[in-house]
Design a protein around this ligand. Structure first.
Ligand code: T4K
Length: 386
């Protein structure tokens, strides 16, 4: 990989260190693929590169894989393929895609419950929220941190519920050396530009179950199974050949990119370990768990407001120094959705996380100088406020 690092740049609001950067191949690498696609004149609809990309993903995930246009449609197709109606227990602490999709499907009522210390749906809160109307659980691997997958699987199994994971930011994550895609009935990924693997826009739907995968493939292609047969629902969620080729090229660089991300996160962890600040929380358990292989997609830091210190102070001060931090996942569904929301149990963790979390930049172009810059700026602000 060529050295496109950030370290030798001076960051400023006009020339910032971005939160994220797409994992792009070199243009010269794309040309042969583009030439081939143009020569074949087969540009979409289950093409050559789409099948190659799906095979590669399938090998990595240990599931059947259908790639689609984006992570939002991946969720939409997944929920419709399972023909879910009734109550779906979910989280309000997520990117709007999750609850926008849930609310857009006729017959589905989202029921919001609280999150745990790793910002993912709390299995105990889920178990307590189940009623005879509950049909499914839609959990989110927030920031790419894996949910307590085995506990959620147990709750789903004991209650005969579908378990769907919005794994949009979690590509490459493993639990007990099993791909994150192998948990639950369906997992959906996003390959947006800001994700660890990108097809520019794109997504994937993974399932271990052939019947579900068959239904997913039908749904992503208008519900058409033959010239004579069309299912009552379907959409256009197909990925084109160029995006599939970019995904294939991205996979070749993925391991190296993940190693670069890990180095950035390690530098951050060392700093925060040393700082031992009482008004800052990190999900240490996730980083300390030897059974997890993380993808270092995001680095959320929770800043608890005190008299002179708050997320908003840090946000503004870091941006003023050219560090593009973000307040994902603020605002949460609790603040966004206008119709009365159905929720069960207290949502204290959700409200607190939406108020406190700030994500620091993490991407493969960052080197030790750029992560040091972030740490130095953060430290300067922290010391000024204390
Ligand atoms: N579920 C969850 C849990 C999700 O997080 C998401 C998406 C979805 C579902 C839906 O998946 P998709 O339908 O999007 O495939 C971004 C992404 O658009 C979105 O994919 C992502 N989650 C979300 C967390 O973040 P923005 O609007 O905040 O991104 P933006 O444009 O402000 O860019 C963020 C950073 O990335 C900036 O520092 C600049 C950099 N960047 C961005 C783009 C687009 C680049 O360097 N190059 C680029 O091309 O939403």
């Amino acid at each position: 990989m060529d050295q496109r690092t950030n370290g030798d740049r001076d960051f400023s609001p006009e020339n910032p260190l971005e939160l994220s950067r797409p994992l792009l191949p070199d243009v010269e690498e794309v040309i042969p693929y583009l030439t081939d696609i143009f020569q074949r004149k087969w540009v979409t609809n289950n093409g050559h590169y789409l099948r190659a990309f799906e095979n590669e993903l399938s090998r990595l995930c240990g599931t059947e894989v259908s790639v689609v246009t984006n992570g939002t449609l991946a969720l939409d197709v997944a929920l419709r393929a399972l023909e879910i109606t009734g109550e779906v227990i979910t989280t309000a602490f997520t990117f709007p895609a999750t609850y926008h999709v849930l609310r857009s499907i006729p017959g589905i009522t989202p029921v919001f419950v609280d999150i745990d210390d790793r910002y993912c749906l709390d299995p105990e809160a889920v178990a307590e929220a189940i009623t005879p109307r509950t049909k499914a659980i839609l959990a989110v691997h927030a920031y790419g941190y894996p949910c307590q997958v085995e506990a959620l699987e147990k709750v789903a199994e004991e209650n005969g519920l579908y378990l769907i994971f919005d794994a949009a930011p979690a590509f490459g994550v493993r639990v007990n050396d099993r791909s994150i895609a192998r948990f639950g009935h369906i997992s959906t990924f996003s390959f947006h530009a800001t994700k660890v693997l990108t097809t520019l826009e794109g997504g994937a739907i993974c399932s271990k179950e052939s019947e579900i995968s068959k239904q997913v493939r039908l749904m992503r292609n208008f519900g058409i199974s033959s010239e004579e047969e069309v299912a009552p629902f379907g959409t256009n969620a197909k990925m084109d050949e160029l995006r599939a080729a970019i995904g294939l090229l991205g996979l070749k660089r993925l391991d190296e990119a993940l190693r670069a991300r890990r180095r950035v996160v390690q530098a951050y962890l060392e700093y925060f370990q040393h700082l031992r600040a009482e008004d800052i929380t990190l999900p240490w358990d996730v980083y300390d768990d030897p059974n997890l292989t993380l993808n270092y997609a995001y680095f959320p830091v929770e800043i608890h407001e005190t008299q002179n210190f708050s997320r908003s102070i840090v946000y503004q001060a870091m941006r003023a120094r050219g560090v593009n931090v973000r307040k994902y996942y603020h605002p949460s569904a609790l603040e966004v959705v206008r119709e009365p929301l159905l929720f069960r149990g207290a949502l204290g963790n959700t409200r607190r996380a939406a108020r406190n979390v700030l994500c620091l930049p993490v991407h493969h172009e960052m080197d030790s100088q750029s992560s040091k810059y972030v740490v130095d700026v953060f430290d300067e602000i922290y010391r000024r406020c204390h």
